[in-house]
Ligand binder design. Sequence first.
Ligand code: 5GP
Length: 172
Amino acid sequence: MDSKLQVLYSAQQIEQRVTELGKQIDADYKDEPLVVVGVLKGSFLFMADLVRAIKKDVRCDFLRVSSYENDKSSGVVRMDFDLTQSIEGDNLLLIEDIVDTGRTLAFLKEHLHGKKPKSLKVCSLLYKDIGIDNRHLADYVGFEIPNHFVVGYGLDSEGLYRSLPYIGYFPR
Ligand code: 5GP
């Protein structure tokens, strides 16, 4: 582990919270069919754990967007690749790694609403409080965090740290 990297949430804390989220999602959707869509790349570990914490069977799909270049938001969200199956009439649960400015989620919600799902909810592993009132963008949030740049458990810094089992940050 990088000596400057501080643990924000341990693997055990993440596992416990993901289990809770899975139970809540099962309780909310009951017998309704569900399509879980992961936003690559950052959500891949969270999605893998979350779909196993959700006890009902779900369909899985992925899309990929990019907006960050060298850890700095470029401000422009770009669709790198889209869903491969129709979601018209489906209950959609979008899985994000983190809500920061909310630009990515706002873009994705508008884009996905255009595909006419029956419902669209968002589950984000993290919500970063940067003083903007955009908490409403996510229906389920794993952890609300202060304004740190975080890595691990899927989140990267210039392509590295994604495979860490915990979420960490570099103190300023
Ligand atoms: P937003 O559009 O909400 O500003 O940013 C969303 C995307 O930016 C996230 O999906 C993630 O890829 C990236 N991002 C935002 N904050 C962080 C952070 O603290 N750490 C990492 N690794 N990525 C972040």
